[in-house]
Design a protein around this ligand. Structure first.
Ligand code: ATP
Length: 501
């Protein structure tokens, strides 16, 4: 897999992603999607929406507002608890997430283990038995013990909201600031991740609003509106795509962690007691959905949560192997009836559902699937962008699933002259209403192929002198670079076949 630096520069050079406000030196962790980025993003959104809403009879859509009543965030727990532990280094004045500093320290120890394993592999050659080696090597045993103890203390401190415990751990491990190299830290304190703003012209506390940090709450507060208007019976789901905002303490790693991002969430409402069955169902479904993308370099794994949030009774992440390692791509959570019951208390409105089958009212339980659109975008980019040798040169190809490609078909006259450009234009006009097409007649044909490879166009059609007489074009396949002659009149059918999901 290419490293993140390469992915970032490719994204900018080929019009996928630009740093926001770049001419003003950018805005940290905020990004803009360029001409090809927006196409790809829309295609990903459509694919998700289709697989959720169109293909599931019992899932309907919603587009709720970004601003919501401030009490919603009190009810959901975000005002009091949506925070990360923050620590400042007094010398560099740099700010860190305390838990991330500790996790990074663990990664350093893990790297020492990897080094020992490498040494062992070299020493024992073919006889090397990794498992046995790790069980008997005294250094590795010591490192693993250290990791276990750190993780235990970190998790229990996080769970109990024990900020002093985190401070102690940072001191005890003698963690130093990567910038100043000193261990001169402030106390760890809480930092709420919600952005706030004012409603209307008069500024007072009552008019304080939050930019939503997740789209889910818009679904919960509309639960009965949707259920009644769409005439849905439990179990059913509500899907939503929309912007979310989090004032992340440290936001490096490109579009992996942004302060303004998009989520694609689906809340599935079920009968109490059925939630674990549905949780398992959606856990498998979502993993299959990701794997079906069939990325060139797509590695996924589950990470089951050991420490559950107080409102959850099961939770896991689907992790993707990014250039920065396996990281969360999507969360699947069994959220019990926590959110609905909180909104019922805070709004003083009944949110229960009358189940005609069992003739009983209850507050439904909820299973949530929540994926970051930008993170999914990044996973697709990282999993598809490859560099490969061609005739003593290198070509960079975005081997993205064809149905997601920003441009499906490039129409390329071999040369501009001899009526080839006009012929190509007429083919382009014939196809553009059916497919996402691009017409290009500048530069040599080889250069144009490379450019289309770099943006992931699966099909290039080349119009040459023979096209004028035989009404056939050369169709070039992005991945194999193989070429075939096909009749213009058959193009729609052939292209449709190649773009099929
Ligand atoms: P993380 O542990 O990485 O901070 P999270 O557990 O807080 O993520 P959730 O609240 O479960 O994330 O949000 C659901 C999904 O939204 C995540 O799986 C991720 O894909 C996406 N997401 C969350 N925070 C961000 C962010 N700052 N930038 C981009 N995507 C994000």
């Amino acid at each position: 897999m290419l490293d993140l630096k390469k992915i970032i520069s490719h994204s900018k050079e080929y019009g996928f992603i630009f740093p926001s406000s770049e001419i003003y030196d950018g805005l940290s962790a905020i990004y803009d999607y360029g001409p090809f980025g927006v196409e790809l993003k829309n295609n990903i959104k459509n694919y998700w929406w289709k697989s959720m809403v169109q293909e599931n009879e019992n899932i309907v859509g919603l587009d709720s507002s970004i601003f919501m009543h401030p009490r919603i965030w009190k009810a959901s727990g975000h005002v009091d608890a949506f925070s990360d532990p923050l620590v400042d280094n007094k010398d560099s004045k740099k700010r860190y997430r305390a838990d991330t500093l500790i996790e990074d320290h663990v990664i350093k120890i893990q790297k020492k283990i990897d080094k020992e394993i490498l040494k062992g592999e070299k020493r024992f050659g073919d006889d090397f038995n990794n498992e046995k080696f790790q069980q008997t090597n005294t250094k590795i045993i010591k490192y693993n013990k250290e990791i276990k103890a750190i993780k235990q203390k970190l998790n229990s401190s996080l769970q109990q909201d024990n900020l002093i415990g985190l401070s102690e751990l940072i001191d005890q491990l003698d963690i130093k600031c990567p910038i100043s190299g000193t261990n001169n830290w402030t106390d760890v304190r809480k930092f709420n991740l919600m952005f706030d703003t004012q409603l209307g012209a008069i500024s007072d506390v009552a008019s304080k609003l939050y930019l939503r940090p997740e789209t889910a709450q818009g679904i919960f507060v509309n639960f009965l509106n949707v259920q009644k208007s769409a005439r849905k019976k439990i179990p059913f789901g509500i899907a939503q795509i929309g912007k979310a905002f989090r004032n992340e303490i440290v936001a490096r790693q490109f579009i992996f962690r942004m302060r303004e991002f998009e989520q694609m969430e689906m809340q599935f409402f079920v009968k109490p007691g059925d939630e674990i069955k549905w949780y398992s169902f959606w856990k498998q479904q979502r993993m299959e959905w990701h794997k079906k993308l069939n990325l060139q370099l797509g590695e996924y794994q589950f990470h089951d949560h050991q420490n559950l949030a107080h409102y959850a009774n099961a939770a896991c992440d689907i992790e993707f192997n990014f250039p920065i390692g396996f990281k969360e791509l999507e969360g699947i959570h069994s959220r019990t009836n926590y959110d609905l019951s909180q909104h019922q208390i805070f709004s003083k409105k009944k949110l229960s559902y009358y189940d005609t089958e069992i003739q009983e009212s209850y507050l439904p339980y909820v299973v949530e699937t929540s994926v970051g659109l930008d993170r999914l975008f990044l996973s697709i980019l990282c999993g598809s962008l490859v560099e490969e040798p061609v005739n003593n040169e290198k070509r960079i190809v975005l081997k993205i699933p064809p149905f997601l490609s920003p441009i499906s078909v490039a129409v390329l006259p071999l040369i501009k002259k001899d009526g080839l450009s006009n012929k190509a234009r007429s083919i382009f006009n014939y196809l553009r209403s059916k497919f996402r097409c691009q017409f290009e007649d500048k530069d040599s044909i080889g250069k144009r192929y490379r450019r289309q490879d770099a943006i992931g166009t699966p099909i290039c059609l080349t119009i040459d002198h023979d096209t004028i007489s035989d009404d056939m074009v050369t169709l070039r396949n992005r991945d194999t670079m193989l070429q075939e002659r096909v009749a213009i009149k058959n193009l729609p059918k052939i292209i449709r076949g190649k773009l099929d999901i």
